[in-house]
Design a protein around this ligand. Structure first.
Ligand code: CTP
Length: 420
Protein backbone atom coordinates (compact mmCIF):
# COMPACT_ATOMS: atom_id res chain seq x y z
CA UNK A 1 0.00 0.00 0.00
CA UNK A 2 1.25 3.44 -0.86
CA UNK A 3 -0.03 6.96 -0.46
CA UNK A 4 -0.17 8.42 -3.95
CA UNK A 5 -0.54 12.15 -4.45
CA UNK A 6 -1.87 12.81 -7.93
CA UNK A 7 -1.46 16.22 -9.55
CA UNK A 8 -3.77 16.77 -12.49
CA UNK A 9 -3.00 19.60 -14.88
CA UNK A 10 -5.17 20.92 -17.67
CA UNK A 11 -5.19 18.60 -20.64
CA UNK A 12 -7.79 16.55 -22.41
CA UNK A 13 -6.06 13.42 -21.07
CA UNK A 14 -7.19 14.32 -17.54
CA UNK A 15 -10.02 11.84 -18.00
CA UNK A 16 -7.44 9.03 -18.03
CA UNK A 17 -6.33 10.12 -14.57
CA UNK A 18 -9.75 9.07 -13.28
CA UNK A 19 -9.12 5.55 -14.49
CA UNK A 20 -5.67 5.62 -12.91
CA UNK A 21 -7.24 6.51 -9.55
CA UNK A 22 -9.68 3.64 -9.91
CA UNK A 23 -6.87 1.19 -10.71
CA UNK A 24 -4.64 2.49 -7.90
CA UNK A 25 -7.33 2.25 -5.25
CA UNK A 26 -8.31 -1.22 -6.49
CA UNK A 27 -4.64 -2.19 -6.05
CA UNK A 28 -4.82 -1.11 -2.39
CA UNK A 29 -3.22 2.33 -2.62
CA UNK A 30 -4.73 5.48 -1.17
CA UNK A 31 -4.88 8.57 -3.35
CA UNK A 32 -5.26 12.32 -2.84
CA UNK A 33 -5.71 14.62 -5.82
CA UNK A 34 -4.68 18.20 -6.45
CA UNK A 35 -5.92 19.84 -9.64
CA UNK A 36 -4.92 22.96 -11.49
CA UNK A 37 -7.65 25.49 -12.24
CA UNK A 38 -7.51 24.66 -15.97
CA UNK A 39 -7.87 20.93 -15.39
CA UNK A 40 -11.28 21.58 -13.85
CA UNK A 41 -12.50 22.46 -17.34
CA UNK A 42 -11.71 18.91 -18.40
CA UNK A 43 -12.64 16.81 -15.35
CA UNK A 44 -14.55 18.05 -12.32
CA UNK A 45 -13.18 17.74 -8.80
CA UNK A 46 -16.30 15.81 -7.74
CA UNK A 47 -15.26 12.83 -9.89
CA UNK A 48 -11.83 12.58 -8.27
CA UNK A 49 -13.31 13.18 -4.82
CA UNK A 50 -15.79 10.33 -5.30
CA UNK A 51 -13.13 7.91 -6.53
CA UNK A 52 -10.53 8.76 -3.88
CA UNK A 53 -12.93 9.26 -0.98
CA UNK A 54 -11.04 12.45 -0.10
CA UNK A 55 -11.37 16.15 -0.83
CA UNK A 56 -9.70 17.51 -3.96
CA UNK A 57 -7.71 20.72 -3.65
CA UNK A 58 -6.93 23.31 -6.30
CA UNK A 59 -6.11 26.47 -4.41
CA UNK A 60 -3.11 26.81 -2.13
CA UNK A 61 -5.02 28.90 0.37
CA UNK A 62 -8.04 26.64 0.35
CA UNK A 63 -8.65 24.90 3.67
CA UNK A 64 -8.23 21.14 3.36
CA UNK A 65 -11.07 19.44 5.26
CA UNK A 66 -8.77 16.39 5.64
CA UNK A 67 -5.88 18.59 6.85
CA UNK A 68 -3.35 16.97 4.56
CA UNK A 69 -4.21 13.42 5.68
CA UNK A 70 -4.68 10.58 3.23
CA UNK A 71 -7.81 8.41 3.46
CA UNK A 72 -5.99 5.86 5.65
CA UNK A 73 -4.85 8.48 8.15
CA UNK A 74 -6.45 10.39 11.00
CA UNK A 75 -6.21 14.15 10.32
CA UNK A 76 -3.89 16.02 12.69
CA UNK A 77 -5.41 18.35 15.29
CA UNK A 78 -3.81 21.44 13.75
CA UNK A 79 -4.44 22.91 10.30
CA UNK A 80 -1.24 22.38 8.32
CA UNK A 81 -0.32 24.00 5.01
CA UNK A 82 -1.78 21.75 2.33
CA UNK A 83 1.12 21.77 -0.10
CA UNK A 84 3.56 20.79 2.64
CA UNK A 85 1.45 18.26 4.50
CA UNK A 86 0.18 16.42 1.41
CA UNK A 87 3.65 15.77 0.05
CA UNK A 88 4.97 14.94 3.50
CA UNK A 89 2.37 12.20 3.77
CA UNK A 90 2.76 10.99 0.19
CA UNK A 91 5.00 8.07 -0.78
CA UNK A 92 5.01 9.22 -4.37
CA UNK A 93 3.82 12.27 -6.28
CA UNK A 94 2.50 11.58 -9.77
CA UNK A 95 1.73 14.49 -12.08
CA UNK A 96 -0.61 13.13 -14.75
CA UNK A 97 -1.37 14.55 -17.17
CA UNK A 98 1.52 16.99 -17.11
CA UNK A 99 1.03 19.69 -19.72
CA UNK A 100 3.95 21.44 -21.42
CA UNK A 101 3.20 24.47 -19.27
CA UNK A 102 3.27 22.48 -16.01
CA UNK A 103 6.47 20.72 -17.06
CA UNK A 104 8.05 24.10 -17.74
CA UNK A 105 7.01 25.36 -14.31
CA UNK A 106 8.35 22.25 -12.58
CA UNK A 107 11.66 22.55 -14.43
CA UNK A 108 12.03 26.17 -13.35
CA UNK A 109 10.90 25.67 -9.77
CA UNK A 110 7.81 27.84 -10.07
CA UNK A 111 5.25 27.46 -7.32
CA UNK A 112 2.24 29.41 -8.58
CA UNK A 113 -0.46 26.86 -7.77
CA UNK A 114 -0.96 23.97 -5.39
CA UNK A 115 0.26 21.36 -7.89
CA UNK A 116 3.58 23.12 -8.52
CA UNK A 117 4.22 24.26 -4.95
CA UNK A 118 3.59 20.71 -3.73
CA UNK A 119 6.17 19.50 -6.28
CA UNK A 120 8.68 21.99 -4.97
CA UNK A 121 8.09 20.78 -1.41
CA UNK A 122 8.13 17.08 -2.30
CA UNK A 123 10.84 14.88 -0.89
CA UNK A 124 9.14 11.68 -2.05
CA UNK A 125 9.80 10.36 -5.60
CA UNK A 126 8.12 12.48 -8.28
CA UNK A 127 6.79 10.93 -11.50
CA UNK A 128 5.73 13.17 -14.38
CA UNK A 129 3.53 11.82 -17.14
CA UNK A 130 3.53 14.27 -20.07
CA UNK A 131 0.56 14.70 -22.35
CA UNK A 132 0.54 17.26 -25.14
CA UNK A 133 0.56 17.89 -28.84
CA UNK A 134 3.55 16.25 -30.62
CA UNK A 135 4.91 19.60 -31.76
CA UNK A 136 4.95 20.88 -28.19
CA UNK A 137 6.63 17.67 -26.99
CA UNK A 138 9.33 18.03 -29.64
CA UNK A 139 9.87 21.76 -29.00
CA UNK A 140 13.37 22.61 -27.81
CA UNK A 141 11.98 24.27 -24.68
CA UNK A 142 10.08 21.13 -23.63
CA UNK A 143 13.06 18.91 -24.50
CA UNK A 144 15.29 21.06 -22.28
CA UNK A 145 12.72 21.15 -19.46
CA UNK A 146 12.34 17.38 -19.47
CA UNK A 147 16.13 16.97 -19.44
CA UNK A 148 16.35 19.33 -16.45
CA UNK A 149 13.76 17.38 -14.51
CA UNK A 150 15.38 14.04 -15.28
CA UNK A 151 18.79 15.35 -14.25
CA UNK A 152 17.19 16.30 -10.94
CA UNK A 153 15.99 12.76 -10.31
CA UNK A 154 12.38 13.22 -11.44
CA UNK A 155 10.99 10.28 -13.40
CA UNK A 156 9.58 11.73 -16.63
CA UNK A 157 7.69 9.05 -18.55
CA UNK A 158 7.85 8.81 -22.31
CA UNK A 159 4.50 9.79 -23.78
CA UNK A 160 2.71 7.31 -25.98
CA UNK A 161 2.72 7.54 -29.78
CA UNK A 162 -0.56 7.45 -31.67
CA UNK A 163 -3.75 9.43 -32.15
CA UNK A 164 -3.66 12.77 -30.39
CA UNK A 165 -6.52 14.86 -29.09
CA UNK A 166 -6.79 17.20 -32.08
CA UNK A 167 -8.75 15.74 -34.91
CA UNK A 168 -6.65 13.83 -37.39
CA UNK A 169 -3.34 14.39 -35.59
CA UNK A 170 -0.95 11.60 -34.73
CA UNK A 171 2.43 11.56 -33.06
CA UNK A 172 4.24 11.41 -29.71
CA UNK A 173 2.43 13.12 -26.86
CA UNK A 174 -0.30 10.76 -25.63
CA UNK A 175 -0.58 10.28 -21.90
CA UNK A 176 0.55 6.72 -21.11
CA UNK A 177 -2.36 4.37 -20.43
CA UNK A 178 -3.60 4.21 -16.80
CA UNK A 179 -2.13 0.73 -16.29
CA UNK A 180 1.27 2.00 -17.40
CA UNK A 181 0.99 4.98 -15.08
CA UNK A 182 0.27 2.71 -12.13
CA UNK A 183 3.20 0.47 -13.04
CA UNK A 184 5.48 3.52 -13.20
CA UNK A 185 4.29 4.68 -9.79
CA UNK A 186 4.83 1.25 -8.27
CA UNK A 187 8.27 1.02 -9.85
CA UNK A 188 9.56 4.02 -7.92
CA UNK A 189 8.01 2.99 -4.62
CA UNK A 190 10.66 0.59 -3.34
CA UNK A 191 13.05 3.53 -3.08
CA UNK A 192 10.70 5.27 -0.70
CA UNK A 193 9.23 2.34 1.12
CA UNK A 194 9.62 -1.33 1.78
CA UNK A 195 11.76 -0.75 4.87
CA UNK A 196 10.85 -2.20 8.25
CA UNK A 197 9.47 1.17 9.41
CA UNK A 198 7.65 1.73 6.12
CA UNK A 199 5.09 4.52 6.41
CA UNK A 200 5.61 5.12 10.14
CA UNK A 201 5.74 8.74 11.20
CA UNK A 202 8.57 9.31 13.58
CA UNK A 203 9.02 12.49 15.60
CA UNK A 204 12.45 13.03 17.10
CA UNK A 205 13.64 15.82 19.37
CA UNK A 206 17.36 16.53 19.26
CA UNK A 207 19.96 18.91 20.61
CA UNK A 208 19.88 21.09 23.68
CA UNK A 209 17.65 24.05 24.43
CA UNK A 210 19.00 27.52 25.22
CA UNK A 211 17.17 29.73 27.69
CA UNK A 212 17.92 33.42 27.35
CA UNK A 213 19.23 35.49 30.25
CA UNK A 214 19.41 38.70 28.23
CA UNK A 215 19.67 39.66 24.58
CA UNK A 216 23.02 37.88 24.11
CA UNK A 217 23.45 35.32 26.91
CA UNK A 218 21.71 32.04 27.58
CA UNK A 219 21.74 29.04 29.89
CA UNK A 220 22.36 25.95 27.79
CA UNK A 221 23.73 22.44 27.92
CA UNK A 222 26.34 20.38 26.09
CA UNK A 223 24.02 18.31 23.89
CA UNK A 224 25.21 18.36 20.27
CA UNK A 225 22.15 16.66 18.76
CA UNK A 226 24.25 13.71 17.50
CA UNK A 227 22.13 11.06 19.20
CA UNK A 228 18.86 12.57 17.97
CA UNK A 229 20.16 13.00 14.42
CA UNK A 230 21.48 9.41 14.42
CA UNK A 231 18.00 8.22 15.40
CA UNK A 232 16.43 10.33 12.65
CA UNK A 233 18.87 9.02 10.02
CA UNK A 234 18.31 5.42 11.06
CA UNK A 235 14.51 5.78 11.09
CA UNK A 236 14.57 7.40 7.63
CA UNK A 237 16.82 4.62 6.32
CA UNK A 238 14.24 2.12 7.61
CA UNK A 239 11.51 3.82 5.55
CA UNK A 240 9.93 6.07 8.20
CA UNK A 241 8.79 9.63 7.56
CA UNK A 242 10.85 11.56 10.01
CA UNK A 243 10.55 15.01 11.53
CA UNK A 244 13.24 16.29 13.86
CA UNK A 245 12.60 19.16 16.24
CA UNK A 246 16.18 20.37 16.47
CA UNK A 247 17.30 22.62 19.29
CA UNK A 248 20.52 24.39 18.31
CA UNK A 249 22.05 21.56 16.31
CA UNK A 250 25.01 22.46 14.11
CA UNK A 251 25.21 19.12 12.27
CA UNK A 252 24.61 18.48 8.55
CA UNK A 253 20.96 18.00 7.54
CA UNK A 254 19.71 14.77 5.99
CA UNK A 255 17.56 15.68 2.96
CA UNK A 256 15.22 12.79 3.78
CA UNK A 257 14.42 14.23 7.19
CA UNK A 258 12.26 17.26 7.88
CA UNK A 259 13.90 19.58 10.40
CA UNK A 260 12.05 22.11 12.56
CA UNK A 261 14.44 24.56 14.19
CA UNK A 262 13.83 25.67 17.78
CA UNK A 263 15.90 27.37 20.46
CA UNK A 264 14.13 27.33 23.80
CA UNK A 265 12.23 24.70 25.78
CA UNK A 266 9.03 26.67 25.15
CA UNK A 267 9.58 26.59 21.37
CA UNK A 268 10.43 22.90 21.52
CA UNK A 269 7.23 22.27 23.44
CA UNK A 270 5.09 24.08 20.84
CA UNK A 271 6.79 22.27 17.95
CA UNK A 272 6.50 18.82 19.55
CA UNK A 273 2.92 19.30 20.70
CA UNK A 274 1.82 20.40 17.24
CA UNK A 275 3.25 17.24 15.66
CA UNK A 276 2.65 14.67 18.37
CA UNK A 277 -0.86 13.51 17.42
CA UNK A 278 0.26 12.76 13.87
CA UNK A 279 3.24 10.63 14.89
CA UNK A 280 3.45 6.91 15.55
CA UNK A 281 6.77 6.99 17.34
CA UNK A 282 8.25 9.73 19.53
CA UNK A 283 11.97 9.64 20.28
CA UNK A 284 12.65 12.38 22.82
CA UNK A 285 16.41 12.69 22.68
CA UNK A 286 16.67 16.45 23.25
CA UNK A 287 18.24 17.76 26.42
CA UNK A 288 15.44 20.09 27.46
CA UNK A 289 16.22 22.68 30.10
CA UNK A 290 14.53 21.88 33.40
CA UNK A 291 14.93 25.51 34.52
CA UNK A 292 15.03 28.84 32.71
CA UNK A 293 15.66 32.42 33.84
CA UNK A 294 12.41 33.65 35.34
CA UNK A 295 12.88 37.03 33.64
CA UNK A 296 14.76 37.83 30.45
CA UNK A 297 16.56 41.15 30.77
CA UNK A 298 15.82 43.72 28.10
CA UNK A 299 18.86 44.35 25.94
CA UNK A 300 22.29 43.30 27.25
CA UNK A 301 23.12 43.27 30.97
CA UNK A 302 26.01 45.68 31.64
CA UNK A 303 28.74 44.80 34.19
CA UNK A 304 28.87 48.25 35.67
CA UNK A 305 25.10 48.23 36.17
CA UNK A 306 24.94 44.66 37.56
CA UNK A 307 27.88 45.03 39.96
CA UNK A 308 30.16 42.26 41.30
CA UNK A 309 27.62 39.51 41.49
CA UNK A 310 24.81 38.41 39.19
CA UNK A 311 22.04 36.24 40.58
CA UNK A 312 19.68 34.87 37.98
CA UNK A 313 16.42 33.57 39.40
CA UNK A 314 15.39 30.39 37.60
CA UNK A 315 11.94 28.86 37.20
CA UNK A 316 10.89 25.34 36.20
CA UNK A 317 10.06 24.63 32.59
CA UNK A 318 7.16 22.31 31.76
CA UNK A 319 8.16 18.67 31.25
CA UNK A 320 7.35 18.35 27.55
CA UNK A 321 7.65 14.57 27.45
CA UNK A 322 5.46 14.03 30.50
CA UNK A 323 2.84 16.30 28.92
CA UNK A 324 2.88 14.26 25.71
CA UNK A 325 2.81 10.99 27.68
CA UNK A 326 -0.32 12.19 29.45
CA UNK A 327 -2.19 12.59 26.15
CA UNK A 328 -0.78 9.62 24.25
CA UNK A 329 -3.17 7.58 22.15
CA UNK A 330 -3.21 3.84 21.43
CA UNK A 331 -0.77 2.88 18.70
CA UNK A 332 1.91 5.38 19.70
CA UNK A 333 5.31 4.37 21.01
CA UNK A 334 7.10 6.84 23.27
CA UNK A 335 10.78 6.72 24.09
CA UNK A 336 12.45 9.02 26.60
CA UNK A 337 16.10 9.60 27.27
CA UNK A 338 17.69 9.99 30.64
CA UNK A 339 21.09 11.44 31.27
CA UNK A 340 22.11 10.16 34.68
CA UNK A 341 25.25 9.62 36.69
CA UNK A 342 26.15 6.81 39.09
CA UNK A 343 24.95 3.38 40.13
CA UNK A 344 21.33 4.38 40.41
CA UNK A 345 21.14 5.41 36.73
CA UNK A 346 19.00 2.48 35.56
CA UNK A 347 16.71 2.71 38.59
CA UNK A 348 16.12 6.42 37.86
CA UNK A 349 15.38 5.51 34.25
CA UNK A 350 12.82 2.93 35.31
CA UNK A 351 11.08 5.50 37.50
CA UNK A 352 10.83 7.88 34.50
CA UNK A 353 9.29 5.07 32.44
CA UNK A 354 6.27 4.97 34.74
CA UNK A 355 6.14 8.66 35.68
CA UNK A 356 6.09 9.90 32.06
CA UNK A 357 4.00 7.00 30.64
CA UNK A 358 6.75 5.81 28.28
CA UNK A 359 7.41 2.52 26.52
CA UNK A 360 11.19 2.77 26.84
CA UNK A 361 13.80 4.96 28.46
CA UNK A 362 17.30 5.09 27.05
CA UNK A 363 19.53 5.65 30.03
CA UNK A 364 23.02 6.91 29.53
CA UNK A 365 25.48 7.37 32.31
CA UNK A 366 26.98 10.65 31.22
CA UNK A 367 29.83 10.30 33.71
CA UNK A 368 31.35 7.37 31.76
CA UNK A 369 34.08 8.14 29.26
CA UNK A 370 32.80 8.02 25.66
CA UNK A 371 29.14 8.24 26.68
CA UNK A 372 26.74 11.15 26.74
CA UNK A 373 27.18 14.67 25.47
CA UNK A 374 29.08 15.90 22.45
CA UNK A 375 30.92 12.66 21.62
CA UNK A 376 30.28 10.39 18.62
CA UNK A 377 29.90 7.30 20.82
CA UNK A 378 27.51 6.23 23.51
CA UNK A 379 26.88 3.43 25.98
CA UNK A 380 23.31 3.01 27.09
CA UNK A 381 20.81 0.78 28.81
CA UNK A 382 17.39 0.62 27.18
CA UNK A 383 14.84 0.15 29.93
CA UNK A 384 11.36 -1.20 29.09
CA UNK A 385 8.56 -2.56 31.25
CA UNK A 386 9.71 -6.06 30.35
CA UNK A 387 13.45 -5.74 30.97
CA UNK A 388 16.70 -4.03 30.21
CA UNK A 389 19.02 -4.13 27.24
CA UNK A 390 22.59 -2.94 27.65
CA UNK A 391 24.33 -1.54 24.57
CA UNK A 392 28.09 -1.51 25.12
CA UNK A 393 30.15 1.51 24.06
CA UNK A 394 29.66 1.97 20.31
CA UNK A 395 28.81 4.62 17.69
CA UNK A 396 25.64 6.65 18.14
CA UNK A 397 24.47 5.13 14.82
CA UNK A 398 24.65 1.64 16.37
CA UNK A 399 22.90 2.86 19.49
CA UNK A 400 20.18 4.37 17.28
CA UNK A 401 19.76 0.99 15.53
CA UNK A 402 19.40 -0.76 18.90
CA UNK A 403 16.80 1.80 20.04
CA UNK A 404 14.79 1.34 16.84
CA UNK A 405 15.02 -2.46 17.13
CA UNK A 406 13.50 -2.09 20.59
CA UNK A 407 10.78 0.18 19.18
CA UNK A 408 9.99 -2.45 16.52
CA UNK A 409 9.75 -5.17 19.19
CA UNK A 410 7.52 -3.03 21.41
CA UNK A 411 5.22 -2.17 18.51
CA UNK A 412 4.95 -5.83 17.44
CA UNK A 413 3.92 -6.80 20.98
CA UNK A 414 1.48 -3.87 21.28
CA UNK A 415 -0.23 -4.63 17.97
CA UNK A 416 -0.51 -8.35 18.85
CA UNK A 417 -2.13 -7.37 22.17
CA UNK A 418 -4.51 -4.95 20.43
CA UNK A 419 -5.86 -7.72 18.22
CA UNK A 420 -9.11 -9.28 19.45
N1 CTP B 1 12.35 16.28 29.06
C1 CTP B 1 11.32 17.06 28.58
N2 CTP B 1 11.06 18.29 29.12
C2 CTP B 1 11.81 18.77 30.11
C3 CTP B 1 12.86 17.98 30.63
C4 CTP B 1 13.10 16.75 30.08
O1 CTP B 1 10.63 16.64 27.66
N3 CTP B 1 11.54 19.97 30.61
C5 CTP B 1 12.56 14.94 28.49
C6 CTP B 1 13.90 14.76 27.84
O2 CTP B 1 13.88 15.01 26.48
C7 CTP B 1 14.19 13.28 28.10
C8 CTP B 1 13.45 12.97 29.36
O3 CTP B 1 12.50 14.02 29.51
O4 CTP B 1 13.65 12.46 27.10
C9 CTP B 1 14.31 12.84 30.60
O5 CTP B 1 15.03 14.00 30.89
P1 CTP B 1 15.75 14.26 32.28
O6 CTP B 1 16.12 15.68 32.33
O7 CTP B 1 16.80 13.23 32.48
O8 CTP B 1 14.57 13.90 33.25
P2 CTP B 1 14.02 14.60 34.49
O9 CTP B 1 12.69 13.94 34.72
O10 CTP B 1 14.08 16.06 34.29
O11 CTP B 1 15.01 14.08 35.59
P3 CTP B 1 16.03 14.80 36.58
O12 CTP B 1 15.19 15.17 37.71
O13 CTP B 1 17.01 13.73 36.84
O14 CTP B 1 16.59 15.97 35.81
Amino acid sequence: MARVLLGVSGGIAAYKALELVRLATAAGHVVRVVQTETSLSFVGAASFAALTGAPVLTDELERDPARGAFPDQAPPEHDPLSHLELVRNADVYLVAPATANTIAKLAHGLADNLLTSAALAARCPVVVAPAMNDGMWAHAATVANVATLRARGVTVLEPGVGRLASKGEEGAGRLPEPGELLAAVEAVLPAASGGPMDGLRVLVSAGGTREPIDAVRYVGNRSSGRMGFALADEAAARGARVTVVAANVALARNPRVEVVEVETAAELQVACEARFDGCDVLLMAAAVADFRPARVADGKLKKDVVGDELAVAMERTPDVLAGLGARRRPGQTLVGFAAETGDEAVAYGRRKLAAKRLDAVVVNDVARPGAGFDVPTNEVTIVTAGGERHVALTSKGEVAAAVLDTVAELRAVASAEARP
